[in-house]
Structure formats: structure tokens, C-alpha cells
Design a protein around this ligand. Structure first.
Ligand code: AMP
Ligand code: FES
Ligand code: ZN
Ligand code: ZN
Length: 329
């Protein structure tokens, strides 16, 4: 049985990137330190700020909410019901239970009830990929609720693996403009609220372990619509590198954080010269409706399209294996 590097008691997790094993207590201490370093290095927020945590029901965002409360921050949660079949019903139920059991305030936006469409239908009707319709809707709703309810900052559960995969993709394409926007903090301005990613120094595996150690129940399944997207193949590639040289993934991404930090001092928030004539959200132009309002216009009121129908062949096979083919028909 391996032993904790800090206290010599029985270890519950091995962390090859630290070349060490840890007991439950010292593993949590390590996570708390990484969280705190990200928050202070990037001046994300203080205990005076009201933080809105976007929670999906997955391990990362529930762990984030738990860690922020544990560290003494003022937080409420925001769950967006995306209408992705059983995946969304399970995610909503788990998130609600997490909040209820701890007496926390959870705000909810159900896009079908509030905007008349869901993500599978939006993808089917608009011809956008599901993840692009979903990302666009989430960004819009996160920003809208943060500002309407007067929160100082919105926090998401993007972890080191997520950010390393995006960085890898942006670097492969030399998408320099996106590199700047990938900073773990985007300041408020131009009609946008402040957004932060406090988990950028913690990996997916560490967040799963945090949930186990803290007995947090989370949705284990990945979103059925994300199957086969490029982001996942970048993650696999980085994990393959990491398994032969532990620490490669973390040093790739943490090296980026170190280099980007000094550049952020004078970096402006995302620019949006106009505002949407319908909803008032910041937009590229004031001449036409923003992308979210256009999505509502093309999709709202359309007869719901089941998840399974908008998946490609490979994704449908995996979906059937996970959820059963009778679902979503
Ligand atoms: P994803 O884009 O699915 O990788 O999720 C990234 C982060 O966005 C999560 O860690 C959450 O903070 C947030 N998020 C994703 N889906 C939802 C949702 N349905 N409701 C609220 N927040 C979400
Ligand atoms: Fe957005 Fe899956 S969570 S497409
Ligand atoms: Zn220990
Ligand atoms: Zn709009």
C-alpha cells in the first residue's frame, strides 16, 4: 500500500505529475492550494464578491462550488436546462439535490420554457453543430443572469484538461486572437460581466477524486452530443503524451498561464461595438439581432427534435450503448 508523501498514512490517490501519493486530507490540501493560487494570481475575486457558479451537474462544476464554499466565498449556483434528453434531466436532478442538501441557492433557466427551443432542436433546425448552439446559448444566458441578478463575477468549472485541449487546438491553428481570450479571467466591460475559471490548475482526474473524497454525487456520463468532437481528440492526444511523460500536459498549460499573466495587465475585455436591438446584449453590430436572438428566431416553437436524430453515425452508436436506442426517438 502506498503512503501519503506528507504524513505517511495510507494514500488514496497517486498523482504522477507530482510524482507522489496522498491521503484524503493532504490531497484536499493540495487542491485548495492550487485553487487559491489561481484565484490570487489572476485576481479572480475576493470574499467580498458575490459569485455565480455555473453548475452543469458534472464533477468539475460541483467540485468547484463545493471548494468555493469550503474556502469561505459567497456563492450561488446557476443551472441551465439544455433539453438534451435524459442527460439533461439527470444533470438537473443531481444539481438540485446538491444545492438542497447543503441549503444553497440555485438559479435555473430552462431554455425550452424560457426561449421555446432546446439544443437538439436548435442543432437540427439551424444546421449548427450541437456544441456550437449549446456554447452560444450558455454564454448568452450566463452573462444575462450574472448582470440581471447583480453578481460580481461568473465562475465556470473548466479544468486544466479542458484548457490544455483548447490551447493545443488554438496552437495547432495558430489562432493568436483566441490565445489571448483563453486567459482564465475575462474582465467586465463593453456590456459583458467578469468571467473566471478557478479550476485551471487542477486536472479532470483530480476533480473526480475530489468528488469521491467529499462524497459528491455527479453525472458521470459525458454529454451525448459532444461525442467525436475535436476537443475530445485533443484531450486524448495530450493524455497519451502524459502517460509516457507524466507532467507534460500540466507543464504545457501552466507554462502558458505563466507567460500570459504579465500580458493581461493592459488587456481589454472582449470588444463588442454594438448591442443587439432585441435583447440589448453586446454584439458585433447594432444593425442585426445577436446570434442568440437569431437562434431563437429560427428555432423557437419548432416541433422538438429528439437528441438521437441529430447525432452522426458514430455518436448515435455510442448514444445507444449508453442510453438505449428507445430513448430519444
Ligand atoms: P462544458 O462546456 O460542458 O465543458 O462546461 C464547462 C463549464 O460550463 C462547466 O464546468 C460549468 O461551469 C458550465 N456549464 C456547462 N453546462 C452547464 C449547464 N447546463 N448549466 C450551467 N453551467 C454549465
Ligand atoms: Fe452542450 Fe453537450 S453540453 S452540446
Ligand atoms: Zn497525508
Ligand atoms: Zn439578442
Amino acid at each position: 500500500m502506498s503512503k501519503c508523501r506528507s504524513c505517511g498514512e495510507a494514500a488514496v490517490i497517486d498523482l504522477p505529475r507530482h510524482n507522489a501519493n496522498f491521503c484524503a486530507e493532504h490531497f484536499q490540501q493540495l487542491c485548495r492550494r492550487q485553487l487559491s493560487k489561481a484565484i490570487t494570481d489572476f485576481e479572480m475575486f475576493t470574499t467580498d464578491d458575490r459569485i455565480l457558479v455555473a453548475v452543469s451537474g458534472g464533477k468539475d462544476s460541483l467540485a468547484l462550488w463545493d471548494m468555493l464554499i469550503d474556502a469561505g466565498y459567497q456563492t450561488d449556483g446557476l443551472y441551465v436546462g439544455l433539453g438534451i434528453g435524459d442527460y439533461s434531466s439527470d444533470s438537473g436532478a443531481i444539481t438540485r439535490r446538491f444545492a438542497e442538501e447543503r441549503g444553497l441557492k440555485l438559479l435555473e433557466v430552462d431554455i425550452r420554457n424560457e426561449h421555446g427551443f432546446d439544443i437538439p432542436t436548435a442543432a437540427g433546425v439551424s444546421g449548427r453543430s450541437p456544441c456550437s448552439a449549446c456554447g452560444l446559448s450558455k454564454r448568452h444566458i450566463f452573462d444575462e443572469v450574472t448582470q440581471r441578478e447583480g453578481y460580481d463575477v461568473l465562475a465556470t468549472g473548466h479544468n486544466l484538461d479542458d484548457e490544455a485541449a483548447v490551447l493545443f487546438g488554438n496552437t495547432l491553428r495558430w489562432d493568436v486572437e483566441y490565445l489571448r481570450r483563453q486567459a482564465p479571467v475575462l474582465p467586465a466591460g463593453n456590456g459583458f460581466g467578469k468571467k473566471v475559471k478557478p479550476l485551471v490548475r487542477l486536472t479532470e482526474r483530480e476533480m473526480a477524486a475530489w468528488c469521491v473524497v467529499r462524497r459528491i454525487d455527479y453525472v458521470v456520463e459525458e454529454c451525448p452530443m459532444a461525442v467525436g468532437n475535436k476537443h475530445l481528440s485533443y484531450k486524448d492526444a495530450l493524455n497519451a503524451l502524459d502517460s509516457t511523460s507524466p507532467g507534460t500536459k500540466a507543464s504545457f498549460y501552466l507554462g502558458f498561464l505563466d507567460r500570459i499573466r504579465p500580458l493581461l495587465e493592459d488587456s481589454a475585455s472582449i470588444t463588442a461595438p454594438g448591442s443587439c436591438p432585441r435583447c440589448g446584449a453586446p454584439s458585433a453590430t447594432s444593425e442585426e439581432a445577436c446570434a442568440f436572438c437569431r437562434l431563437i428566431e429560427t428555432t423557437s416553437g419548432h416541433e422538438p427534435i429528439p437528441v438521437r436524430m441529430v447525432l452522426n453515425k458514430k455518436a448515435r452508436k455510442l448514444f445507444d450503448a449508453q442510453w438505449g436506442s428507445q430513448h430519444g426517438d
